[in-house]
Each structure stands twice: as C-alpha cells, then as structure tokens.
Design a protein around this ligand. Structure first.
Ligand code: NG6
Ligand code: CA
Length: 507
C-alpha cells in the first residue's frame, strides 16, 4: 500500500519500547461496522447462541469491550452523537427521524468523517443513514438531494435514506436516487396517502410480511412501511438484496480507496426490521428471520474481512464492530422473533432492550480489531461511541472544534487496549428524552419519570421508567435488580449533581 500520509511513530498513542523520532508509519484504514439493533448478548463471543463466526473471529483476535455504549437507545440520536461528538439531546428534533426529515447535521459542523478527511483519508458512508437529508421542504427525491453526507465530511455515500421500514425504499448514491426514471418521479408523504399504491391498512391481503404495530402505510415488495410513497418503480430496492448491495458497494469503495488510507462507515441494515434475509439465508437458523439476518450480518463481516485480506490491507486496518442501540424482538412486524428466541438472550444478562433506560438500551457489543497494533483481549473500560471523534483526532494529531463536539473525549489508549481506564461519567438517552447517568465507579442513576413501565407500542420491553429515582451498582448488579436509591442517598445526590452539570455543559 502506498499510503501518502505518514505520521511519526513517536506521537502514536500506544506504547512502544523506544520510539525514534522521525521514524514513520503508514496510517491505518478504519472500517467502522455500525450494526442496527444488535444487542449486548446477540453475538456468540458475547454469549449468544446463534452462530456468528466471523464476528467472533474479530473478537478473538481483537479487543472486546464489555462496558461500551451507544449514546441512545434508538438509532437517530446514537448516529448523531457518533458522527458529531455531541450528545444528541443537546438539541431538539434528534429523535427517531421520519424518512423525509431534513438533514440533522448541517454542513460545516465538526464530524468524525471530517476529521478523517483533514487527515487525508478517503471517506465513505455505505448503508443506513437515518439522519435526514436536504433542507427547507425536505429532500428533493427527484433532483439533487443535498445537504447530506457529502456536505459533512464524506467523499462518497451510498445510503438507505432512513430505515428499511420507512419510505422511500430506494438507495441514494451521493446526491441522487439510484436508478430513478425521471418519467416516474417519487412522491413521499408522512402525513397522508399519496398516489394509489396499496397500504397495509387497506390491503392486508397483499402482504407477504404482516405488520404487528405501526408499519401499515405504503406496501413495497409485499411489506407495508412507515410513510406513504408512490413512483420510482425502477429505483425500489429488493429487501432481500440490501445486504449484498452494501457489501458490493463497500468492496468497490475499498478498491477505489486502497492507495490512500480510508475511513468507511458501513452502517448495516441488519438486523433492523423488516428482517428479510436473502433467499440463501432464509431458514438457515432455528431462530426465524431475526436469526437469519444475524447470520447474514456475520456474512457481511466475513466478506469485508476477506476483501481486506485479498487486497493486503487487513493487517493495517482498524475494524470497529458495534451497534446503534439494544435489541428488540417484535419491532412492528410478525416475524416470529419472540416465538423462536429459545434460549438465546439478545440482551445477555442486561435488563430492558431497545428504547429502554435500563442497560440493554445502550450497552452494546464493541470490538476493536487492528492486527498490527491491538492485542487480543477484553476491556472493561467505560467507552461511549461519542468518543470516537476525539480519540481518532488525537491519534491523527488533529485538532477539532471543541465548541461543537462538546461531549467527545479522547480515549484512544482505552480503545487500543493500553489502559482499562475509560470515561469518568456517561449519559444514556432512552425514549421520551429520559437521561440516565453512570459514574466511573459503576453507579447508575435513572431519574424518576412519569412514563409507562413497558414501551407503549407493543414491543413488550421494559422502559426502566419509575415514579421514583433509581440507583443501581452495575459492577455487582448489571441486571439492575436492586434499587439503592433509598439506602445510598449520598451517592444518588452526587450522581444527580454530576448529571445536572453535564446537561448544563458545566463539567
Ligand atoms: C419506531 C418503529 C420501529 C423502528 C423504530 C426506529 C413503530 C411502531 N415502530 O417508531 O419499528 O422503526 O421506530 O428504529 O413504528 S431505529 O433503530 O431506527 O431507531
Ligand atoms: Ca437501531
């Protein structure tokens, strides 16, 4: 590889016996595999029962974290924080975005990909976006779709605009809908029906996958979605092919970028609903479609590793594997996820799940693999995905806009296994904007909140909401069973103060 950018070994963050000034090394590539709704216990290396050999291989050779967190228990805010270094709850309108939302990260804002760009990396995003596109009246599906990823630091984008269960069910490549026939323009509406395409509500007889809650608007490929659309027939994706499309676009990106270091943010659709695996994976597990798309996800990881190996890039590529929020079984479609779960525990020993203030909402698998530098092992360091920005900026010796990226912290040494010391405090965001806080001793505070005990729309997940304060000691009670709020008022008081200071940005 003829990497053009070189940095002095002396300044790298990992230990090395006798650093020599002036000695230079090639910068590593970075492949961030950001999965969707994969729980803390879903991967075999983390105790799961469904075979995930390729992901397990990353865990075996790399560093496996057991205290790593997405910033939120849903997708949009987690992705927002991952890319901007700022907790999403600092601004309004950063909850789960509809498919016609405007760009939530405006051009000019500090971002993780822009840090890589400034370091000379080729940057790409391939997969689920879900951070809004366009401005004003929303994305112009039939024209130039901007601003979007290209305006915030990505050189290349091949994205699902929001999620697989939201219209429009088309790919956007850079600024345009892929394969759009101008004679058949796309109309999208999230308030009312547009065009005459059938909906799940009116024509359930046309469905191949039945909805269980929500998801009863326009039917595409026999699956009704959230939102209404019409037009763009040539551009519609086939759900069974999404994973393969993302693999092939990722391979092509790496081929193009291989002579320069690259940062590829591969945001898989798997294992979000609708869980429609390619035919060759359908029925491959005993766990129904949720198990099948998990195996498909593992296949994606295997295909990425094979490509890197074939190009001789594997040794000097940092592969990061993680998830945007915790697991869910019934997330709006009748796909037997619950009926076929057997003994598999998607959240592992944690309580709650996606949407939840309990640990399973945000504590996720995190694996860091870099054959050249990171030693195999486990880490208990408390890390948030919001920290990638400052950590990579530190590694790349670049400054970043700390006025904007206010929450990101440099934990490079923890990420590469040089220390098991992580964050001093970490904020988690559940649905309804509920913020919880964990301190460096592992105490967790869930504020009193008047909200339902169970996620109200049919997923059967515990929200973690209670009318009184909760305090848990995670190192001894990771399943959050023993509420210490009354017996340890001084610790509770301390945590409340710390959270308040962070929210006020006074820390
Ligand atoms: C919810 C959807 C759910 C999923 C989620 C976002 C309903 C009833 N439920 O509103 O299916 O799309 O939003 O998931 O519509 S996320 O992983 O992208 O945050
Ligand atoms: Ca998600």
């Amino acid at each position: 590889m003829k990497n053009l950018l070189l940095i002095p070994l002396l300044l790298w963050g990992f230990s090395c016996s006798s650093p020599q000034k002036g000695k230079e090394e090639t910068l590593p590539n970075v492949l961030l595999i950001y999965t969707d709704d994969v729980g803390f216990g879903d991967i075999q290396a983390y105790g799961g029962l469904i075979p995930t050999p390729n992901i397990d291989a990353l865990a075996k050779d790399g560093l496996m974290f057991t205290n790593a967190y997405a910033t939120a228990a849903t997708c949009t805010p987690s992705r927002y924080s991952l890319l901007t270094g700022e907790y999403a709850w600092r601004g309004k309108g950063r909850g789960v975005a509809p498919g016609d939302a405007v760009a939530l990260i405006p051009p000019g804002v500090e971002t993780l990909p822009s840090v890589f760009q400034r370091a000379g990396y080729q940057t790409g995003v391939i997969g689920k976006w879900h951070l809004g596109l366009g401005e004003g009246d929303g994305p112009d599906w039939n024209g130039e779709i901007s601003p979007g990823p290209l305006e915030i630091g990505f050189d290349y984008a091949f994205i699902l605009p929001s999620t697989g269960d939201r219209v429009p069910t088309v790919f956007v490549e850079n600024h345009h809908v892929l394969h759009l026939d101008p004679e058949d323009p796309i109309t999208v509406n999230y308030q009312e029906k547009v065009g005459d395409w059938p909906t799940g509500k009116e024509n359930p007889d046309l469905l191949t996958t039945m909805f269980s809650h929500g998801h009863d608007n326009t039917i595409v490929n026999g699956i009704s979605r959230i939102g209404f659309m019409t037009g763009g027939r040539e551009a519609l994706w086939r759900d069974e092919d999404i994973a393969d499309e993302l693999i092939s676009k990722s391979h092509a990106f790496i081929e193009r970028a291989k002579d320069q270091p690259f940062f590829l943010y591969l945001a898989t659709h798997d294992i979000h609903v609708p869980r429609i695996a390619h035919e060759r994976f359908q029925g491959i597990t005993d766990y129904g479609p949720r198990g099948d798309v998990l195996v498909q996800l593992d296949h994606t990881v295997g295909e990425m590793v094979s490509k890197l190996k074939a190009l001789g890039l594997f040794e000097n590529t940092i592969i990061i594997f993680t998830s945007d929020n915790g697991p869910v079984l019934d997330d709006g479609y009748v796909d037997q996820a619950k009926e076929k779960i057997g003994l598999h525990q998607p959240a592992g020993p944690l309580r709650g799940g996606k949407y939840s203030a309990f640990e399973a909402g945000t504590r996720v698998p995190l694996i860091m693999q870099w054959p050249k530098k990171i030693k195999s092992g486990n880490s208990e360091a408390m890390i948030s995905q919001v920290d990638f920005l400052a950590s990579f900026a530190n590694f790349l010796q670049l400054d970043f806009n700390k006025e904007q990226a206010v929450d990101t912290e440099n934990h490079w040494k923890a990420l590469i296994g040089d220390t098991s010391e992580g964050r001093k405090g970490l904020v988690q965001e559940a649905i309804q904007g509920v913020l919880t806080y964990i301190n460096s001793d592992g105490y967790k505070y869930i504020p009193a909140h008047q909200g339902p005990a169970i996620v109200p729309w049919g997923t059967e997940i515990e929200t973690g909401f209670l009318l009184e304060d909760q305090l848990y000691y995670l190192p001894g009670d990771m399943a959050e069973q023993n509420n210490l709020a009354k017996s340890r008022p001084e610790i509770l008081g301390q945590l409340k103060m710390e959270l308040k200071a962070i929210v006020a940005n006074e820390q």
